[in-house]
Design a protein around this ligand. Structure first.
Ligand code: F6R
Length: 607
């Protein structure tokens, strides 16, 4: 959803650093990219449509020398991907260069006013208004850049994380923020800002999250932060992150998606150990027990983790929270009140739809429990309680390791709710929690066992354009996530629905060889039903695949892969890694880059 980064140093060449940092933000969007530097007192802007590597090569960016620069990788919202619409955008005089993540909702009105004053616009973007407004304030009215930013944040509407260079202050990168994420990093030598932590981690692990309405500048070894015309003390807000550079590199894997699938045992182990020491799990469970209505929300994969959580809440806590897709929040927020809890799931903590859902529920007095992978991100900041997953940075656009860690956290909360409700004893609770400790091992075994079979299956399926993915109860929720993974990275149309639903319509599409993947989950009494659903499909010529657990031993399918014991709590950890691998292999066999699915961005910060 666009990534911005800025680095300034007093005496080093920041050009290679900026290129590296921008590459680490590429997951946020990659239809165009650009850089602005100040070289010998003049702004130099280099940008084009295409990947960052293309822009770097085209302009031989790495041959430049500058101690200050900003950069942008774009996911188009206003104006098609093109060189003209790529960021940075400049003012009429070429003294101010701006990069922006977000959407300025009142840009048409602002643009009209600026055009009336004689400003000439080069692009179709909303962002360009920012450069011209600052030109008015700084060059026209003689304000300092800080005074200009103070005025700017008052008139801009919408969402923005903005970084800018002004040719006359060659040691400062200015910034302003509303809703879209913006991170500063504390360093004795650099001034550093970015949309996300991984792009700065090589230079500093001390992070300051910029709040809405704040603006200021970074310069070598210093941060200056303002809000409403007054300085803000940012030092008490420093977070120290423990991610390493190795965490954000591919570590020998061809793609981040594969690396992140393979590192799930570690991600689950860290999350499990973290949860055991995290009192917020019990606090969250208490809040749920004390409330009369519980909703769960998220977008995409996080929503699917939420759906899976409803299954476990029903099974172990005798409660069925209502799960909804966060962009649909309006309908559900109307039912919220002070005794309502919303569990908001977002790996990035920045997804605007989920953030807006949180705000709607808060307005009604509801309490918010956030599940997130990014410390200090927007949703945890607005939540009453946050339980963090500890998956490490997820760079691949398709969520994999964060999904299973979210389920692990939610299962823990569900078990605690069941215990607090008196459904089982403390020693039973301990046994359940101990069982969840097997999740990392389950994933490890599943990946080892599945890998060669999934390669064969992917060979059979990679030329298909459509497939069904079916399951019952828990399996129906896992099927939704499998279908999303396959769709987004391999562009095969994979449709998921509860297996019993076939005969109510979808089976009409089935013809000779039509691929239908069944997810074989517990409880044991659904095995027979799944078996007869498979029969129905086979008798119509479908190519049936069964990916499941040992209770499906006697069930027949054209291709069968059983990955572990029939345990309903560990089922996601045995089954999902194989389906993630399948999505990955299908993408690669079809010649696509699974780390850069078309039209997608990792974090969606526009509605
Ligand atoms: C799918 C995927 C997306 C995200 C969704 C929510 O692989 O990654 O569907 O799950 O955009 O993102 P977060 O969890 O950051 O709120």
């Amino acid at each position: 959803m666009c990534g911005i980064v800025g680095i300034v140093s007093s005496n080093t060449n920041v050009v290679p650093l900026l290129v590296r940092s921008l590459k680490r933000l590429e997951y946020r969007g990659y239809d165009s990219a650009g850089f602005a530097f100040i070289i010998e007192g003049k702004l130099v802007v280099l940008k084009d449509k295409g990947y960052i590597d293309h822009v770097v090569k085209k302009y031989n960016v790495l041959s430049l020398y500058s101690n200050i620069g900003i950069a942008h990788t774009r996911w188009a919202t206003h104006g098609q991907p093109s060189k003209i619409n790529a960021h940075p955008h400049t003012d009429c005089k070429g003294l101010i260069a701006v990069v922006h993540n977000g959407i300025i909702s009142n840009y048409l009105e602002l643009k009209r006013q600026l055009e009336e004053k004689g400003h000439v616009f080069k692009s179709e973007t909303d962002t360009e208004v920012i450069a011209h407004i600052l030109e008015e304030y700084i060059i026209g009215e003689g304000l300092t850049p800080l005074q200009a930013l103070h005025k700017l944040v008052k008139i801009l509407k919408g969402t923005y994380a903005v970084a800018l260079l002004y040719a006359n202050t060659p040691n400062r990168i200015y910034f302003a923020k509303n809703v879209s994420p913006l991170i500063l990093a504390v360093s004795p030598t650099y001034g550093l800002l970015s949309s996300d932590i991984p792009s700065l981690i090589e230079y500093s692990r001390k992070i300051v999250v910029v709040e809405d309405g704040e603006y200021g500048f970074v310069e070598p070894g210093n941060i200056v932060l303002y809000k409403d015309g007054r300085p803000v003390n940012w030092r008490p807000r420093i977070h120290v992150v423990n991610w390493s550079v190795a965490d954000i590199e591919k570590a020998g894997y061809p793609h981040f998606m594969l690396k992140e699938i393979m590192e799930q045992p570690r991600a689950l182990y860290d999350t499990y150990s973290g949860i055991l020491a995290d009192e917020n799990v019990v606090r969250a469970a208490k809040l749920i027990v004390e409330s009369s209505k519980v909703f769960v929300t998220g977008a995409g994969t996080s929503y699917h983790a939420g759906l899976t959580a409803t299954y476990y809440f029903a099974r172990v806590a005798n409660q069925l929270p209502h799960a909804f897709i966060s962009s649909e929040a309006e309908l559900y927020a109307d039912l919220a009140s002070e005794d309502t809890v919303l569990i908001a799931i977002s790996q990035s903590g920045e997804t605007i739809d989920t953030l807006k859902a949180v705000r709607l529920f808060k307005k009604r007095g509801a309490k918010i429990i956030a599940i997130s992978n990014v410390i200090g991100s927007a949703i945890p900041r607005e939540a009453d309680i946050t339980v963090y997953t500890r998956a490490g940075p997820e760079i691949g656009v398709a969520a994999t390791k964060t999904y299973l860690t979210q389920i692990l956290v939610l299962q823990h909360i569900a078990f605690h709710v069941g215990f607090l409700r008196g459904l089982y004893s403390e020693s039973e609770l301990k046994n359940y929690i101990k069982l969840l400790g097997q999740a990392p091992k389950a994933v490890e075994q599943s990946l080892q066992r599945a890998s060669p079979h999934i390669n064969r299956l992917a060979m059979r399926l990679h030329r298909e354009e459509h497939m069904y993915i079916l399951g019952r109860l828990l399996g129906a929720f896992l099927a939704l996530e499998a279908a999303l993974k396959i769709k987004e990275v391999s562009y095969i149309h994979a449709e998921a629905y509860p297996a019993g639903e076939s005969k109510h319509g979808p089976i009409a599409l089935v013809h000779q060889g039509f691929p239908t993947i069944f997810i074989g989950t517990p409880p044991a009494h659904i095995v027979e039903k799944i078996a007869s659903n498979i029969e129905e499909m086979m008798s119509r010529g479908a190519f049936t695949v069964l990916i499941g657990l040992s209770c499906y031993e006697d069930v027949k399918a054209n291709f069968k892969l059983l990955l572990g014991p029939c345990d309903e709590y560990l089922a996601p950890y045995y089954i999902m890694p194989a389906l993630q691998l399948l999505a990955y292999r299908l993408a690669v066999l079809r010649g696509y880059d699974p780390d850069k699915p078309r039209n997608l961005a990792k974090t969606v910060t526009v509605e």
